[in-house]
Design a protein. Sequence first.
Length: 246
Amino acid sequence: MANSLNLNIDRSSPVPLYHQVVQGIENAIHDGTLVPGSKLENEIDLAAAMNLSRPTMRKAMDELVRAGLLVRKRGVGTQVVASQVRRPLELSSLFDDLSANGGKPTTDVLTFSHHEADPAILEKLGLAKGASVYHFTRLRLVDGKPLALMENWVRDDIVEIDEAGLADHGLYGILRNGGVNFRLAQQRIGAMIANDYQAPLLETTPGAALVTMERTAVDDTGRMVETGRHVYRADQYSFEMTLVQR
């Protein structure tokens, strides 16, 4: 690995040896020499190849793991992490955010139905008893790799929704085309571990970390338009926000 990555360790430099390793591997990841999923040699072999001590190599690898560039997997070794999607915390759709950032989002519609809403969904959407909703689950992929598993309920008195439309377009785009002007949303972000259903769909392992989001969106007339529960691969996804002193 040391030769293939051209990691030159300068022992006369004031830059600590471990940090030179960090910088070299960071550069290799950013310039594409190390692609997502690449497996690195173990720390003993890396240290020997660069004539460094094992504690020095361990410190470098620990820093790269903390930075989210590498991940250690039991039984697999140390691998390069896929580029993470960083999403601003605002009222927008994942489909729109991915497209705006140059990604190529695609959608697999896993389930789709149109039925009478249960009491919990009636309350979330402010609907009268007996009202019906669209209920569907989708797997969102970016550049062919699964990123998010999304379950949504949408009131059916705004626009007609079908599986073909959901496969080709983002949900918010469909609703905006139906005349919805989004105003605000109640949103909660959390975390969980992947279960036996989620893990294979997201191409991860049971017990892997997932980011969760629950959201109910409201339009400019005060209608609760849609509500949903989404989970995202934590190694590929994060939310960003700006905090203001009051």
